[in-house]
Design a protein around this ligand. Structure first.
Ligand code: UFG
Length: 316
């Protein structure tokens, strides 16, 4: 099995590459290294340095015996997507069309796409399952939903089978330490906490402690990145076996508050984490928890990391 991982030098992508290599697959990484890291590249994987907006290069890279594509390369900062929609339209929409067109030309029939819980918007019921209404409240979530809709058409018209994986809060790092690249300007809770623990930031700002939750802070479903990576391998194999296109939530069904994340970090480090409570961040739902029953039933996927403490241990 030969898989092209587009965005394979990035955070989730590098974990997917590792999982594929560990499973014995041949891997080609296509990445422009704009946010991915050279040190995340595995010598066993072939590397093509390229941008998804470079259609000719993308198509050329696919014109070898590629069995499946995993598409992760995308802009992922929710706030930035609202301030600079043009950037997100270009990378996440035009880039997505290029990938589908290149696959169509190169006759690659299997695609696994990194989608997001952001396609749902504000949860109307919990836990959120795949039948939940789709009402993204930010441009980032809109771009993910548009790709899902495009894939449906390319499946009908070109026979490209796809699996869309809607990640909830991806967190942690490979526990063997194989993946060393870190985001230089982290936007998410756990990497920010790591910077505080490492003394690179003075304190963690907690966005809101007046939510209607058990301790006033937001509840999220943190899912370990190695568990996410495992789901990609399973999704590729399932499609290569001839099963139909599908969409799966990936989470743990276990909601954890920001205060609980802080307490778990303090248990892991044995130190008090400097924290400052500030106002709510616009667009944050109070609670976001996934039902991943469908992934469990159809993919045979179950997260191995079930406690936030274990996840934090791999992050720090
Ligand atoms: N938070 C803080 N302080 C920080 C950063 C985050 O208190 O400095 C809080 C947030 O308010 C939220 C929780 O920590 O309650 C998690 O925040 P993240 O920014 O880590 O993650 P989000 O839940 O906002 O975002 C995630 C993914 C997005 C996706 C979104 C919606 O990172 O890609 O879920 O599904 F779009």
């Amino acid at each position: 099995m030969k898989v092209m991982v587009i965005g394979g030098a990035g955070y989730i992508g590098s974990h997917v590459v590792k999982a594929l290599l560990d499973d014995g697959a041949k891997v080609v990484v296509y990445d422009d290294l704009s946010s991915g890291h050279k040190i995340n590249l595995f010598p066993k994987a072939e590397f093509v340095e390229g941008n998804i907006l470079d259609y000719d290069k993308l198509k050329q890279a696919m014109e070898q015996e590629i069995d499946a594509v995993v598409y992760l390369a995308a802009k992922k900062a929710v706030g930035e997507s609202m301030e600079n929609p043009e950037l997100y339209a270009e990378n996440n929409l035009i880039g997505a069309v290029n990938i589908l067109n290149a696959m169509s030309k190169a006759k690659v029939k299997v695609l696994v796409f990194s989608s997001s819980a952001a396609v749902y918007g504000m949860p109307e019921y919990l836990p959120v399952d795949e039948n939940h209404p789709l009402n993204p409240i930010n441009f980032y979530g809109f771009t993910k939903l548009e790709m899902e809709r495009l894939m449906k058409w390319y499946d009908m018209l070109r026979g490209i089978k796809y699996t869309s994986l809607r990640y909830f809060n991806a967190a942690g790092y490979d526990k063997s330490g194989a993946i060393k690249g870190r985001d230089s300007k982290p936007q998410n809770l756990l990497p920010i906490i790591k910077e505080v623990v490492d003394g690179k930031r003075e304190c963690l700002m907690v966005f809101g402690n007046d939510y209607d939750t058990r301790d006033g802070t937001c509840v999220r479903d943190y899912v370990h990145v190695s568990d996410l990576a495992d789901a990609h391998v399973k999704a590729i194999k399932r499609l290569l076996e001839g099963k139909p296109s599908a969409i799966y939530n990936l989470g743990t069904e276990n909601g954890v508050t920001v205060k609980e994340v802080i307490a778990a970090t303090e248990r892991v480090t044995g130190k008090t984490l400097p924290v400052r409570f500030v106002g709510r961040r616009a667009g944050d739902p109070a609670v976001l928890v996934a039902s991943s029953r469908k992934a469990e039933q159809e993919l045979g996927w179950k997260p191995k990391y079930t406690s936030i403490e274990e996840i934090i241990r791999t992050e720090l």
